[in-house]
Design a binder for this molecule. Structure first.
Ligand SMILES: CC(C)(COP(=O)(O)OP(=O)(O)OC[C@H]1O[C@@H](n2cnc3c(N)ncnc32)[C@H](O)[C@@H]1OP(=O)(O)O)[C@@H](O)C(=O)NCCC(=O)NCCS
Length: 185
């Protein structure tokens, strides 16, 4: 793909494998930290990071046949492929506000900050939509923190609509997430 400043790079999107768990654990923790550390209590953040992004937890999520984990790698001539983004979808009962048929949750979509605004997230989201549709999902839904305007703007570009809100617990801090839903064709 060619990024917005017009130089072209090779970005590969593929399903995660068990061997990716340790590297995914690092990227998942670092992208979560860089996104939310400015606005959150360090103790809450540390507790959440240790629980949600351990290598064992990533391995379990990759192995879960009801979920889908996609990875975005940057391939360069000289270095080994670099993991720069990931997406994680999970099935399960959605909140009442999600009314569409065959729902699938986009639980996480994270791109390393250096790559924001360059089209990598679009590449990943296109793959998310293709994988969700191939799985039979007709409704893709997610929760986005009310204080994360960049992500909300990104999802709006895809046609996600705000259908409600729910509470997300970061450590001891109860936060409001907007619930967004997209009908897949
Ligand atoms: C959310 C994320 C995947 C979007 O990828 P991205 O490459 O940043 O997305 P884009 O630049 O294409 O789109 C973001 C939009 O936000 C808007 N935007 C840009 N900078 C912004 C800012 N500082 N504040 C608010 N909105 C902003 C713009 O409308 C932009 O779209 P445009 O440039 O086409 O007008 C990426 O920012 C990310 O990984 N963020 C950290 C993790 C995260 O928040 N994940 C979602 C959790 S629900």
């Amino acid at each position: 793909m060619c990024v917005r400043n017009s130089h072209c790079v090779r970005i590969q999107i593929r399903p995660a494998q068990l061997a990716d768990a340790a590297r995914l654990s690092q990227l998942a923790a670092s992208t979560f930290r860089e996104t939310f550390e400015r606005d959150n209590d360090p103790a809450d953040l540390a507790r959440y990071l240790a629980d949600a992004f351990s290598p064992a937890r990533q391995a379990a999520e990759i192995a879960d046949p009801t979920g889908i984990v996609l990875l975005a790698h940057h391939h360069s001539e000289s270095d080994a492929p670099e993991l720069i983004g990931y997406a994680h979808m999970v099935s399960g009962s959605p909140p009442d506000a999600i009314q569409g048929p065959d729902p699938l949750e986009l639980k996480r979509l994270y791109v390393a900050r250096l790559w924001h605004g360059q089209g990598v997230a679009q590449h990943l989201m296109d793959a998310v939509i293709a994988a969700a549709s191939a799985r039979g999902a007709q409704t893709l839904w997610l929760g986005v923190w009310e204080r994360n305007p960049r992500a909300a703007a990104f999802y709006a570009k895809y046609g996600f609509e705000r259908v409600g809100e729910h509470t997300f617990l970061l450590g001891s801090d109860a936060q409001t997430d907007w619930l967004l839903s997209l009908r897949l064709r």
